[in-house]
Unconditional design. Sequence first.
Length: 572
Amino acid sequence: MRPARHFAIFLAAFWWSAAATGQTSPEKCAALLKVDVHQLPNQTTVIDSAVRNTARAAARNAPAWPEHCEVIGNINARTGFNSQRFAIRFHLRLPAQWNGKFFFEGGGGSNGNLGNALGNLQGSQKNNAIDLGYAVVSQDAGHDNNVNNDPNLNGTSVYNFDPQARIDHGYNSYDQVTQAGKALIAIYYGRAPQRSYFAGCSEGGREAVMMALKYPAYFDGILACAPGIRIPRAALAQVWNFQRLAEVAKAEGIYDRDQVPFVNKAFSDEDLGLVSRAVLDACDALDGATDGIVSNFVECNGAAVRPKLEALACKGAKRSSCLMPAQISGLERIMGGAKTSAGEAIYAEWAWDAGIGGKSGDNYFQGWRSWALGGFDGKTVSSIDTGLVADSTAAGLTPPQAIRSYGPDGAKFLLDFNLDTALERSRVTSQAYQVAVSALMDMSGTELGAFRSRGGKLIVAHGVSDPIFSIKDSIAWVEAVDKAQNGATSFLRLFPVPGMNHCAGGPATDQFDAFGALVDWVEKGTAPERIVASAGNGTPWPGRTRPLCVYPKMAKYKGSGSLEDAASFVCR
């Protein structure tokens, strides 16, 4: 018998014995550094480090964790565009007290970060998957923001100039890391995970949906929060929104020091508060309770809100108690959804909801401000969208367009962007770039039959006031799947969260255990009809509870009982 083979058998026997007796040791963890790559699905896998961490309590800026083995590795290391180094890096934590399950933590933004691999359960939960005994993995999607970063070539979006990096970000890295994670778990514990889960929000929500579509056998349960179902079109919608806000700034003659229409000042916090108040005046009572939450967001449409906004129109000069006509018209065009000059819909409409912004007491709900507008007191155009959307949209074209990731270039790119030609250009493929970003990142497919047939369960949770991905886009996708599958509630359920911004925040009951509901559905067969959510300290009503209902049902007040108690509401 070859020595290497003999050593591998010895290690496997040791790991199995340790797993069976519940024993852990630094040697068991460190032995992963010597694992035979032939035991792994991809033989380019390199284990960079394997360190045993003792249990620790939570401290300032440091989360609690149980005793575990922390593994960092990489797959498919290579040299790519502009001689940059690329690799699919992964981060795996293996708890000493393992529950026999695997948890894949989705990424965010355009990824490029290794992630902490603690296992964010979403729903603003205070504990993590590793606390519950899961083996947890996170990864960077095949590019590193610290390495693959060129300020003259779209900053951290430069990876889009590399064809393989596009594919890794689109789907390949998640496939590779899932396989590597499960293989290392089997080696370390001596047995494969009995259940596997994926959870993510935003880009991580897109990844979650992608897993169900493209790799239906990998996960038993998937939680997709605020999923970017159609990220390429959502990006174009953000361009549209920026242009509309710029028109408001132009109408008021407000420019920043770079002579760019000062989008930050298109609406003040007080102005956003007026919009939020108008929405509540029009729609708050539609669910039977005047409580600051618009549960019946379906009937809260432009026709219902418009009279309340028009009543706020300034009759003369701008005052803090009124909105200028350009602000009202600009907002209505944004909420109506991005369109070409011929009126073709580019993306979904947005839901009218109180979480669009404003002030309630001493609490600010800054979701729309930070993402779409930027700080009102900023010196230059500085919304999150200005940088993230400009850099990634330009780089995501086929072929990519180079812009600087600093100064006014991003804002000017958004202002000059031609939405009429953008859709056609985004569909273009070329041999040099293999496939358009739109084809890689669009998850609007409905082919979930394989995921359904093997018993997979998928929960989608989405904030009604999300300023990045519209709840109406998620609704359209769920309805399309339902139609394609001749009914989908046996494996797919959507839970809207009224008032919630992107992934969390806003005047909402944004603390909820959707992951626990998913596990019960997978392991006990208990399909969730409602998930009780609570409001945090940053809301006007700390401790308030509400049921989140399976769409198209929504929370309806019974007519009696405390407005602070979920028990006073039914899902209808």
